[in-house]
Write a protein that binds this ligand. Structure first.
Ligand code: DC
Length: 245
């Protein structure tokens, strides 16, 4: 498990102390910069979206659809045996011992994940698991970059650095299209844009832990910022706030 002052599990030059909370909708470059930031500072990395996706895959494998009740979804999703790897160089997630890192990015999971992640019992269970992983990473002075939708608002409201990445739906859909093409998935830009907008609506309007920027988050619009530029900004912030070392 990452963390600890004397052990430097993921290489890198300087250590991070504490939690960096990275929130924002999909397609803002969150995953890329979160992983690179963790690598730059010898920190762990947790992709909480992957946990909601794995819970969704468990629900799909149990034959559930969006017609299922919250209770049915909660029973399957909270009982799922999933394990999240926190190495930013190779983040993995397993379901019943099987690596499902690629499968959770497929269209079936993407279409259903907003519904599963809106179920209160699912959130309670996954947030508890996230707290366990975060505590393990920061014990003995270690650090972790945690990405999601509610990290700075709900999961770690006292995080010493909170960042909220945004970008226009068109730019985010184009980025998603490129990621899909890279992963060998054929997609239509109009369909991807409609899906991005649908998920924004669902994620921002749900009753429990909706997506919004914490009042004390630094908001960065990435429409015209490269990943390198965002990363430079974040590295400087980590140093300014005295979280390196
Ligand atoms: O980051 P992502 O696209 O892989 O996230 C998948 C879904 O999971 C997203 O539609 C919203 C949900 N999610 C959430 O509700 N809370 C989080 N902390 C992370 C993701």
């Amino acid at each position: 498990m990452p963390g600890g002052t004397s052990v430097r599990p993921h290489g890198g030059q300087v250590a991070l102390r504490g939690v960096v909370a990275m929130d924002g909708p999909s397609g803002t470059g969150k995953s890329t910069v979160s992983r690179r930031l963790a690598q730059a500072f010898t920190a762990a990395y947790l992709d909480t979206g992957a946990m909601y996706r794995a819970a969704t895959l468990a629900a799909l494998r149990a034959g559930l659809t969006d017609l299922a009740s919250d209770a049915e979804i909660a029973r399957v999703a909270t009982g799922a045996c999933m394990k999240s790897g926190t190495d930013p160089a190779a983040p993995t997630i397993t379901l019943d011992g099987e690596d499902v890192s690629a499968e959770i990015r497929g269209p079936e999971v993407t279409a259903f994940v907003s519904a599963v992640s809106a179920v209160p019992q699912v959130r309670t269970e996954l947030v508890a698991r996230q707290h366990g992983l975060i505590a393990a990473a920061v014990e003995q002075g270690g650090g972790i970059v945690v990405e999601g939708r509610d990290i700075g608002t709900v999961v770690v409201p006292d995080a010493p650095l909170k960042v909220y990445l945004t970008a226009s739906p068109e730019v985010r859909a184009a980025r998603r299209g490129r990621q899909d093409a890279k992963a060998g998935r054929q997609t239509d830009l109009h369909v991807t844009l409609a899906d991005v907008e649908r998920r924004d609506r669902l994620d921002s309007s749900r009753r429990i832990s909706p997506l919004y920027a914490a009042a004390d988050a630094l908001v960065l619009d990435t429409d015209r910022l490269s990943a390198d530029a965002v990363l430079d900004r974040l590295r400087a912030l980590v140093v300014e706030r005295g979280l390196d070392g």
